[in-house]
Write a protein that binds this ligand. Sequence first.
Ligand code: ATP
Ligand code: MG
Length: 333
Amino acid sequence: MTGPTARLGASASLDVGAEEQPIADLPPSSAVWCSGLRKRYRRQTAVDGVSFTVGRGEVVGLLGPNGAGKTTVIKILLGLVRPDAGEVLLLGRSARDPQARAGVGYLPELFRYQPWLSAAEVLALHVRLAGVTVPAAERRACLALVGLADRAGDRVGGFSKGMQQRLGLAVALVARPDLVILDEPTSALDPLGRADVRDLLLSLKARQVAVLLNSHLIGEVERVCDRVVILDKGRVAASGTLAELLGRRELRLRLDGVDSAAEERLAAAGAFTRDRDSFVVALPADPDATTVPDLVADLVGLGVRVHAVEPARISLEERLLDILRAGPTEERR
Ligand SMILES: Nc1ncnc2c1ncn2[C@@H]1O[C@H](COP(=O)(O)OP(=O)(O)OP(=O)(O)O)[C@@H](O)[C@H]1O
Ligand SMILES: [Mg+2]
């Protein structure tokens, strides 16, 4: 595959039925709106009735095991794969509309840039293909953002895997998109590179750029995503905000000198269980920022000695494994 913007700009047609779609009735805020996506490859059902939205400025994680259909969904959204059924709107427009596509940055899962071009030339090419004007200084800043400032003039053919992925990110971001779709952006990156991408995603969020992120690095998704959509065998197995999916938070404490007044104070914070000096207090999914420090201060005031205070929540990884192991019988959101 050659450069992704070239593919994006291609006139792949998508059966979105946009003519019949009452676009005015749909929420204007959606960066991605898709409904009833289906795709079969011979006897293999890759995508089986997938619907979800990504709001403007929202960062949504697309998760699921190998072969779940994540890349196929992304390619359908971008018009690179023709679905058997389903409808797609990007940035409030038909996914076929070149104006919608011009607002989308895309990092494909597998890609290869023209090896004879320099990194700077690859960016310039993609800016031209996107039909926008981005000054040279801004293109340089984009390369610097992905840590390639000092390799701008080097031929891409000599880039390492991680450097190619960094360049792919720069290509996805350079034309100032309103929506960025990243298919495993950090699979080849070193830990520092992953941390950089995390910061980069947070800065996109701060600038109200919508992001659809597919990654197997669940901790990464948990840190940056507002919502997640979990695919399994081509279907949406679960979706929601992290608070909705992960449920309530807990506060684990190790205390001594707990009398009935201190127990009353603990109960006021939430239902608690006790095992000798260990206490687990159930907190609401989104506790007030003052809940924990106030509780600790009050306990100390009541003469309790506080040895440990540890806020905890089931991790997204644990929840994901639960959902996938439970299979399609578990109650779905
Ligand atoms: N071009 C194709 N031809 C035939 N089958 C395909 C094609 N593309 C995808 N598939 C099949 O569709 C299913 C979903 O593949 P897809 O690449 O969307 O999975 P994925 O969730 O992105 O997986 P991974 O995490 O491994 O990237 C798989 O069973 C795959 O074999
Ligand atoms: Mg994939």
